[in-house]
Design a protein around this ligand. Structure first.
Ligand code: HEC
Length: 299
């Protein structure tokens, strides 16, 4: 047995099992325990040294025992060491335990005393490997039955649904704190009065100088009519505010100054002015914008 798994492998396997167990049982949040708690490293080093020491002591002890054994015992151990895995005593014993086969020369003992046209029947034991697997299945089935049919644990479909729901919540949470993710493809029109009020403030501070406080237009075009030079709808307006108008016209890109969320609010505010027909508004410029045709689903 010892010869089959070399010492260095045994040390490594044991070490990683212990390492894994520590990571599993020590609650270290989203970081690995050995990074979060330096003490874990010390423990691991001690474990490694101990494992190596144990291996060394055991092999030294083995050698001493070997030296004091009588010659025929030594020969036995040598033979065992030299033997191939399949011929080793250890392996043979294991196989025998798992199969409990009766050697062919003793088969007569198993023979049942009936004979069907020359076909005879042996009464072999059920192989233990099979019997134990069968018992394991029974235990598994009992646990399964109680867990899923009686206690009603989630099946795979429910688990998936729950995970998806949870993921949705997490995405929403993430989006809340990551406003910069919004772009003209994902932007939606807001209708909440609180958002529009913020948009209005932004507009009056930054945009009124050219578009007038009521959006009627002055240097910049009228933003309350249905005509748009650069395209209407929240996505186009978002794009215009973010990237500016045509060169030399005076409408700068606001992306450095305003955050995407602010641009979304001010764009929504502009859209809320639609049809408000302010006094002394500028003549309509650009093309008549048909929302449905160009940007179908703007909520
Ligand atoms: C310096 C003057 C100026 C300021 C300040 C300004 N704009 Fe403009 N804006 C313009 C001009 C000029 C145009 C026309 C651009 C063109 O023709 O390409 C324009 C165009 C636009 C358009 C597109 C109109 C259309 O018909 O397609 C939108 C929307 C707009 N501005 C929104 C804003 C918002 C929001 C702000 C404030 C954050 C702002 N503007 C600030 C001058 C300005």
């Amino acid at each position: 047995m010892k010869k089959i798994i070399p010492a260095y492998l045994r040390v490594m396997v044991l070490f990683f099992i212990i390492f894994g167990a520590i990571e599993y049982f020590v609650d270290s949040g989203d970081r690995a325990a050995f990074i979060k708690y330096p003490i874990v490293n010390i423990v691991l080093v001690v474990v490694l040294v101990l494992l190596i020491a144990i291996e060394m002591i055991v092999s030294a002890a083995d050698r001493i025992v070997y030296q004091i054994l009588p010659e025929e015992e030594k020969a036995k151990i040598d033979a065992e060491d030299q033997a191939e895995l399949k011929e080793s005593l250890w392996f043979k014993n294991l196989m025998n335990k798992l199969t409990r086969t009766v050697p062919i020369e003793n088969e007569a003992e198993l023979l049942l005393n009936h004979d069907y046209d020359g076909i005879k029947e042996l009464d072999n034991n059920l192989p233990p490997w099979w019997v134990y697997s069968f018992y394991a299945c029974i235990v598994f089935a009992a646990i399964y039955l109680v867990r899923f049919e009686i206690l009603g644990a989630d099946n795979q479909e429910m688990e998936l649904k729950k995970e998806l729901a949870q993921a949705k919540i997490e995405v929403a949470e993430y989006m809340k704190n990551a406003p910069d993710l919004m772009d003209e493809k994902t932007v939606t029109q807001l209708t909440d009065p609180a958002d529009l009020a913020i948009g209005k403030t932004t507009f009056e501070t930054n945009c009124a100088a050219c578009h007038k406080a009521d959006g009627g237009g002055q240097i910049g075009p009228n933003l309350t009519d249905d005509h748009w030079i650069l395209g209407g709808g929240v996505k186009n307006i978002f794009h215009t505010i973010t990237n500016g108008g045509r060169d030399g016209k005076g409408m700068i890109a606001w992306k450095g100054t305003l955050k995407p969320k602010e641009i979304q609010k001010v764009a929504s505010y502009i859209l809320s002015l639609r049809g408000s027909n302010p006094k002394d508004a500028k003549e309509a410029e650009g093309d008549l914008w048909a929302e449905e045709a160009a940007a179908p689903t703007v909520k």
